[in-house]
Design a binder for this molecule. Structure first.
Ligand SMILES: Cc1ncc(COP(=O)(O)O)c(C=O)c1O
Length: 480
């Protein structure tokens, strides 16, 4: 039996069909209120009441270490962010068509982190909204309609953005103006990830041409989070970006996941690859939980877009969002969170590599800073992903008071993404819990699954990412 491609929202999702009798009045209220659109984590959903730093407290007082949350990225309820929001909401909170100091102070500070060329920034409320605008800017600027995306990408929930998010849809393939390329791992491209990924993008551009769509853009999460986290080798993205730009398209770096210092070695994920995107989109950690997103681009691209359409956003970058966003930038700098992400990330990688040497089910460890993917596979074979084991480990970690999620095409990649203020003791708490959980979780009886038809065995060098190329299967359903 070959593994099934999974929609991103199906990963570690509560399934009422599996546990209809879940004994929670709050759960039943949620289901009555949100109906089929209710998406919850865990076989037994968690009821939470408060949070601080890297810890979330459940209704019964149990404290859980948050290893999954990329929104309160400088720490849950960080006092400086709380104070900034409180001050501003008590002073002025207004829509965005009046001049005010907090918004311009924020943008001036944000731009110090971006390449000089990207000197215009449009603020919004969600990452989806930012990517939706980015697509429109790219189409207007190029006069083209085609997009190249990775095969397990997630970029958000508007209609246009769902079209470029293969991991969001449960059936079928993306529409004809969207062409997918395999994730940039060694099991798809061997040792030459840069060359292989570039060639895949070139083929996708040709395919789009055959379908009548010239390329408007290559859009990538620059850490390939939902694809399973692919960071290495640094620079591998540059040739693919060159190929897209040579064909008349743009490069959109979706920084909703990797942005704001998470990768440790750079403030933005694209920094790792030495490229200057035409458009950068950002969201999630931008205001530590206050809804805020942004699109940074070159003035001429934005001017071209605004020639044809009026763009206005009621809430995007209002004074309260700006105050929260400014506090986040100050905390990242004053508390040295980028350096912390690098140091604690290295400690995590070292101990995870050691675990991989003793437990063959840990088939690959890869990432940058505090964003790490760990593939769990059968019998130490990186071509045989084990999403059932991954799901058991996620639930076993919950029993040991650690919250974590899954990613990857088959849902077999543990997604390690704690707040940036994680300390060494907290990292060790997780690592000990993971080792205990694996030791207590027997592998399901091995069933032979077919090998991937086009997957060379991943090199097991500590430098090269070691992601498996799993057997290709028809899509069933998938979930961010
Ligand atoms: C890479 C990426 N881009 C965009 C989005 C969409 O952001 P939002 O949920 O704020 O609309 C997500 C959300 O998970 C994401 O992971």
């Amino acid at each position: 039996m070959s593994p099934t491609t999974r929609p991103i929202l199906d990963m570690n999702a509560f399934d009422a069909a599996q546990d209809p009798g879940a004994d929670s009045a709050l759960l039943h209220r949620r289901q009555r209120n949100a109906g089929a659109a209710s998406v919850l984590f865990y076989r037994r959903p968690l009821e939470v009441t408060r949070a601080s730093g890297c810890w979330i407290e459940a209704t019964d007082g149990t404290r859980f270490l948050d290893f999954y949350n990329n929104v309160p990225s400088v720490g849950h309820c960080h006092p400086r962010v709380v104070a900034a929001i409180s001050r501003q909401v008590a002073t002025l909170n207004i829509h965005t068509r009046y001049l005010n100091h907090p918004t311009e102070d924020y943008l001036d500070r944000l731009k110090t982190t971006l390449p000089d060329a990207l000197s215009n920034v449009v603020l919004g409320c969600t990452g989806s909204e930012a990517n939706d605008l980015a697509l429109r800017i790219a189409m207007t600027a190029t006069g083209h309609t085609g997009f190249v995306v990775t095969e397990t990408a997630y970029h958000g929930n508007t209609s246009a953005v769902t079209d470029i998010s293969p991991s969001a849809t449960k059936f079928g393939t993306p529409p004809s103006h969207v062409c997918m390329v395999p994730a940039p791992g060694p099991l798809n491209y061997g040792d030459d990830i840069a060359g292989g990924f570039r060639a895949a993008v070139e083929r996708a551009i040709m395919t789009l041409g055959q379908r009548g769509h010239a390329p408007a853009a290559l859009i990538c999460d620059s850490l390939f989070s939902s694809d399973g986290v692919f960071a290495d080798p640094p620079g591998f993205l540059a040739p693919a970006v060159d190929a897209m730009q040579a064909a008349g398209g743009l490069f959109i770096a979706d920084e909703v996941q990797p942005g704001f210092a998470r990768t440790g070695d750079a403030f933005w994920g694209f920094g790792r690859h030495g490229v200057v995107p035409d458009i950068v989109t950002m969201g999630k950690p931008m205001a530590n939980g206050y809804p805020m997103s942004g699109v940074a681009t070159r003035p001429e691209l934005l001017a071209r877009f605004c020639e044809g359409v009026g763009y206005f956003n009621t809430f995007g970058g209002n004074p309260v969002a700006a105050a929260a966003g400014l506090a986040v930038l100050e905390v990242i700098e004053d508390e040295g969170l980028q350096a912390n992400a690098q140091a604690i990330g290295r400690h995590l990688m070292d101990r995870l590599d050691a675990l991989a040497r003793t437990d063959p089910r840990v088939a690959a460890v890869r990432g940058a800073g505090l964003f790490i993917g760990v593939d769990l596979c059968r019998d130490g074979d990186p071509t045989r992903p084990d999403p059932e084991l991954t799901s058991s480990v996620i639930n076993g970690l919950r029993d040991r008071r650690v919250l974590i999620g899954a990613a990857g095409r088959y849902g077999h990649t543990l997604k390690i993404r704690p707040p940036l203020c994680l300390n060494r003791d907290e990292a060790d708490f997780f690592l000990d819990a993971l080792a205990e959980t694996l030791a207590a979780t027997p592998s399901p009886r091995a069933t032979r699954s077919p090998k991937a038809p086009r997957s060379p065995k991943a090199p097991r060098s500590p430098k090269a990412p070691r992601s498996p190329k799993a057997p290709r299967s028809p899509r069933a359903t998938r979930s961010p």
